[in-house]
Write a protein that binds this ligand. Structure first.
Ligand code: NAD
Length: 486
């Protein structure tokens, strides 16, 4: 471990000011690739949450933000998008270093984040309710759409700036005020975005941030001053969020774990499908909720297809996050690396055969970080933990099928239901499988492809509610019926 002299301080953001915790020691964030301490993160809890909630409550009840026209809010959200673009290199470097993800991917995330702020800006101008007049000549029903109030936004570590941007601008567009709780592992880009919102003219108090670990998230979830929590993270933590939110019957939006399948039929464009499968599982080091760690492939083409997938996997370059040639960087922390390797080690007990990768890299530049070679495990049975659980690493399992029905059954045979892909040149097959899959998203002849206009969220243990799209925006609103007799 190296000295902390160059480590970045990450503070709370309350009422437009950056502040420290009164008495808690900061959390050291070690870089996944080098183990250096790169950030010192203030450890917030109930006292800091109380301050941030009070500021956001005043801003909501008395401040200009919910009272502005949609156009006035929209102009400010667009300015944040422009400022994110202007600071893209810095934001991408922060996320790459703290997550351990390849810099090229982090740059894509920041472009996506700016796009989300721009799309949310457009929604601010079109927020509307509806009318109902078909209940007698003297009846007018107005359905008013209103901001839900003060919202808590809890963000995971794998896409720090991007997932923050799937939540914050949508809440702001609706006229809510918001408190962000970034992951303690990756808070620096959130801190910079806080600065940019002030520069963009969003009034002090409208947005707050409480840095820190699960204690800050728990306090935000328990707070009676928070009307809605939008949480993205693991299903295990999601269950805790549900339990902690009951005091004031909060609204919840929960974006939880995933375990997607790539379903490849013999009539697919197999070249595209092989590239898609390799990308789908290794994207973001495999640390992605819509990562596709389960390859389900039709038996008649399986042997050749799997050989090609393994060949392409072995060509991926594992490397330092900041190197532009890196395809797969460092996993988030040592405990997570241990979990990922345990699934690889355990696969053999279930008949699985590691056909490429499967080893931790420890030589030279890899010595101090959490690096693993991208892995393919063939002949994995559905009962194997590597098939059932969210492994969250660059590890692909392969299972063969003989029919559409079997493919759908296998894809659905996990607790999660976030996303799946289907590859076939038959529109009949694509539609039948898409309809049969129990997941909030289905990609067809593509993989991990999510424009901001498309609602995103989970079936089953993958969550409740939607993000992005009109539906994601409406999560941050309430409907009020005004029933008028004249
Ligand atoms: P996590 O559940 O450990 O943490 C998520 C956030 O919750 C962090 O900010 C953490 O500090 C906070 N937290 C921890 N304990 C809490 C508590 N008791 N109450 C409130 N907040 C608490 O998840 P993670 O390891 O940061 O992220 C990886 C997980 O997130 C994976 O399961 C992944 O699938 C999921 N994820 C889902 C989506 C989606 O859109 N569905 C997107 C990205 C990641």
């Amino acid at each position: 471990m190296t000295s902390t002299t160059t480590a970045r301080p990450v503070q709370h953001f309350v009422g437009g000011e950056f502040i420290d915790s009164a008495d808690a020691a900061p959390i050291d964030r070690h870089a996944p690739a080098t183990d250096e301490i790169i950030s010192l993160v203030q450890a917030g809890g109930a006292p800091e949450v109380a301050l941030a909630v009070a500021a956001a409550r005043t801003a909501f009840d008395e401040g200009p933000w919910p009272r502005m026209t949609g156009l006035e809010r929209s102009v400010r959200l667009s300015r944040v998008a422009d400022l994110i673009d202007a600071h893209a290199a810095e934001l991408a470097a922060l996320d790459a270093e703290e997550v351990g993800k390849p810099i090229r991917l982090a740059e894509g995330d920041i472009g996506g984040a700016a796009g989300l702020w721009r799309y949310a800006a457009s929604l601010a101008t079109t927020m509307s309710g509806s009318t109902y007049t078909n209940n007698g000549p003297d009846f007018t029903g107005l359905v008013l759409r209103e901001p839900v109030g003060v919202v808590g936004l809890i963000v995971p570590w794998n896409f720090p700036a991007l997932i923050l941007s799937q939540k914050l601008p949508f809440a702001l567009a609706a006229g809510c005020t918001a408190i962000v709780k970034p992951s303690e592992l990756t808070s620096s880009s959130a801190q910079l975005i806080m600065r940019l919102t002030i520069e963009a003219g969003i009034p002090a108090g409208v947005i707050g941030m409480v840095a820190g670990d699960g204690r800050a998230g728990q306090a935000l979830t328990e707070s009676a001053g928070v009307d809605l929590v939008s949480f993205t993270g693991s299903t295990a933590t999601g269950r805790r969020v549900i339990a902690a939110s009951t005091g004031n019957i909060k609204k919840l939006s929960l974006e939880l774990g995933g375990n997607a399948a790539n379903v490849v039929f013999a009539d697919a464009d197999l070249e595209d499908a092989a590239a898609g499968v390799v990308f789908g599982v290794n994207f973001n080091n495999g640390e992605c909720c819509v990562s596709q760690p389960r390859l389900l492939v039709e038996r008649s083409v399986a042997d050749d297809f799997v050989r090609e997938v393994a060949r392409q996997t072995a060509l991926l370059k594992v490397g330092q996050p900041m190197e532009r040639s890196t395809d797969v960087g460092a996993l988030i922390h040592a405990g997570h690396l241990g979990k990922v390797t345990s699934y690889i080690d355990g696969a053999a007990r279930f008949g699985g055969e590691v056909i490429t990768g499967g080893t931790r890299l420890t030589d030279g530049a890899f010595a101090r970080g959490q690096f693993i070679s991208p892995t393919v495990i063939d002949r994995v049975v559905p009962d194997a933990p590597a098939f059932q659980d969210e492994v969250f690493g660059p590890v692909l399992t392969v299972t063969r099928f003989d029919s559409r029905d079997e493919a759908i059954r296998l894809a659905n045979n996990v607790p999660y239901g976030l996303a799946n892909s289907v590859w076939s040149q038959s529109i009949d097959t694509v539609l039948e499988v898409a309809k049969g899959l129990k997941s909030g998203t289905v990609y067809a002849n593509t993989t991990i492809d999510a424009p901001p206009q498309m609602p995103f969220g989970g079936y089953k243990a993958s969550g409740v509610g939607r993000e992005m799209g009109q539906a994601g925006f409406e999560e941050f609103t309430e409907l009020k019926s005004v029933n008028i007799r004249t």
